[in-house]
Design a protein around this ligand. Structure first.
Ligand code: PEP
Ligand code: MG
Length: 330
């Protein structure tokens, strides 16, 4: 079995009907990049940069240290794309795990809905520009894509691009090399998923953060054990928001990926393929399993069932019944 999985690494992820699927890795530190390559990832779909800032008990990484980390990841991926997400602190990645005194924050009763991710970055403009400069500098060493978490308001989109333009100007003024990077939005708030078409006008691609999307759509705190049984990726509302975002990206001719846990869960591979998804980003340990599902899938057959599953009150059962043999359950 081990050997079979090792051989799979070099097999391209192509469905029975010849559809190419992109399998990308989620990483937390540059040291994870070689493992991603070894697992057969064709790029990094999500580099969670907040991990560079966590558990340091001291100073936060400055621009040069961040740049070195981003460049290390980019070089380790040997020309494959590396999608670097700007800092996503707050909520399940609390400020408490970082050095307090340097980060302005206040205790909040409901951190998942508080000043986190892009909201926090926009409230700390010089820290944000520093990170953007570090990411842009890494683009001189490979294929960098920039990803912005938790966008909700179109006003935040405008502010993000203003910050990016200033960061580029600062680098240009200083004669520091960088290349133009593609910019993507995480779609992980229901409001953003409903407005996916509007967001897509401003971005080169979108990436669905299903972990947060489920939390916010169902009003279930990801970290609260008492309601964990209600955290349901199969909820029809969640599936419709995902399908809406994928369709909007196709209509706009732009890239769309899923980088939440659903992408690495074989129970959802056939369903996501049926919705038209062709890019999945996951923990490297899941890549071989998902690839096996893809090699066995026939997207033409699957796509006939997407609508029935989406309009069902019990999508999980509908999926098992209609996509028999493709759901990963057998
Ligand atoms: C998500 O929300 O699905 C996601 C990929 O981001 P994170 O888990 O880091 O919040
Ligand atoms: Mg998220």
């Amino acid at each position: 079995e081990r050997e079979r999985l090792a051989r799979l690494r070099h097999t391209p992820a192509v469905t029975l009907d010849g559809e190419r699927v992109e399998l990308l890795a989620n990483i937390e530190l540059p040291q994870d990049a070689p493992g991603a390559l070894a697992a057969g990832a064709v790029g990094v779909g999500l580099f969670r940069t907040e991990f560079l800032f966590m558990n340091r008990n001291g100073e936060l990484p400055g621009e040069d240290e961040q740049f070195e980390a981003y460049r290390a990841a980019v070089q380790a991926m040997q020309g494959l794309p590396v999608t670097i997400r700007t800092i996503d602190i707050g909520a399940d990645k609390p400020f408490e795990r970082m050095s307090h005194n340097e980060l302005r924050h206040e205790h909040t009763l409901n951190p998942a809905m508080g000043l986190r991710a892009i909201r926090w970055s926009l409230s700390e403009p010089s820290m944000f520009r520093m990170q953007l400069r570090a990411i842009l500098r890494a683009s001189a060493y490979g294929k960098v894509r920039l990803l912005v978490p938790m966008l909700t308001h179109l006003g935040e989109v405008r502010q993000t691009f203003e910050a990016l333009a200033r960061a580029k100007q600062q680098l240009s003024d200083a004669g520091v090399p960088y290349t133009d990077v593609e910019v993507g939005a995480m779609i992980e708030v229901p409001g953003a998923a409903l407005l996916a078409d509007s967001f897509l006008k401003h971005f080169d691609f979108v990436s669905l953060g299903t972990n947060d999307l489920i939390q916010y759509t169902l009003a279930i705190d990801r970290a609260d054990e008492a309601v964990a049984h209600l955290y349901d990726p199969w909820h029809p509302a969640v599936l419709r928001l995902i399908a809406n975002t994928i369709s909007a990206a196709h209509a706009a001719g732009k890239g769309v990926s899923v980088c939440g846990e659903m992408a690495g869960d074989p129970a959802f591979t056939a369903l996501l393929l049926s919705m038209g998804l062709r890019s999945f980003s996951m923990h490297p340990s899941q890549i071989a399993t998902i690839k096996q599902r893809i090699l066995r899938a026939d997207t033409r057959r699957l796509s006939h069932h997407a609508q029935a599953i989406l309009s069902s009150d019990a999508p999980e059962e509908a999926c098992c019944r209609l996509l028999r043999g493709d759901t990963g359950r057998e």
